[in-house]
Design a binder for this molecule. Sequence first.
Ligand code: URA
Length: 425
Amino acid sequence: MSESIRYLVEGVVDGSISDTELISWLKTVHSEGISETDTIALTEAMRDSGETLSWDLAFSELVVDKHSTGGVGDKVSLILAPALAACGLKVPMISGRGLGHTGGTLDKLESIPGFSVEMDSEEIQAQILDIGLAMVGQTERLVPADRRMYALRDVTGTIDSIPLITSSIVSKKAAEGLSALVLDVKFGRAAFMVELDKARDLAISMVAASKGMGITTNAVLSSMDAPLGCAIGNSLEVLESVETLCGNGPSDLEELVCIQGGLLLHSTGLAEDRDTGALMIHDSLHDGSALECFRKMVEAQGGDTSILDSDYSLMAGLGLIDTQLNATSLCVAGSGWVHDIDALSIALACQRMGAGRLELGDSIDRAVGAILEVQIGDRIEEGEPWITLYHRNEIERETVEGLIGSIALSDEEFQQVSRIHEVLG
Ligand code: URA
């Protein structure tokens, strides 16, 4: 079977396999699945369908990346990549754009004036040699098989297949020439995989495929019921990332960054165990070294570093990026301890305000979004604001109505619990 898979993928790229043949194969895999061995063979053939990044042997063991299956307020990449570089790792991070209610790293980075996410392989390799870090979009020449297969999956209802998702995601990461990878697989109401068991199945499959290609891999299963941190929306998330790189980030966000970074530092041998690695990442966020790496990357990729030079506060930063926005706060009708905040309804409200796209290619407003004024476990009194919406046009009634019931209060004191459910690998 492995040989026939390689033959099929070659045919996807050279055009000798027709759309009809490919759709028929995708439908069979979608309905019947394929074995773990064949998933690894498919992932490997897809990785080899185009150019791959290669690294100097002197540091190839230090080349790492992460992937998240997507969430609301998930700005981990923007903080983790420079923190890893500050700890001595090399991070050629190739990311995607937001689609539907989930955000994308490229859209967030492009809210920094002048920042370019377009680099070819030679430029990525040169920047990694120079500063250890690059955050860019997919190049035309990396994993061309995925572009054709994904486009056909999209129109044939075959997206939600574990082996097809696995090979699509892992082949693109493997083409970066990684030594270690960490996967953040989300479950919960605003996740791609809502049910924990399905998210775990996906995590197991991706870990097996990635390890099958010689990449040391871990997966973190983390909950995506409530937004991660307080900022939702592209430029607001950059500002919260900078705040976190200054050591002042929300605790749930910092925890996720430290756990994932700790796993990668341990995988590459730079930390004796993952807890020591997590502490190294924590220190880089509090001693300014991760912020310095972020600054070097913004400079190298043409971005305006003045958002890093301000006497920093979220609101001052907001003024730096866009002064034309309107702010509307929504208040709670009773008093209590915050028990739950619904990430999905907030993401849909932000999408209505223009922060997200329905189809790739739609234009978005990178400035709009929302800031949570409270987090789970906080006490809030009747009439106090729980969320502030930053919008360009008059806010639609449906947007506000969609947020009714999005915050749940409890009469009893409630502690925020870790969103990390388990670590695999
Ligand atoms: N993201 C990808 O790149 N591929 C998939 O199949 C699903 C999400």
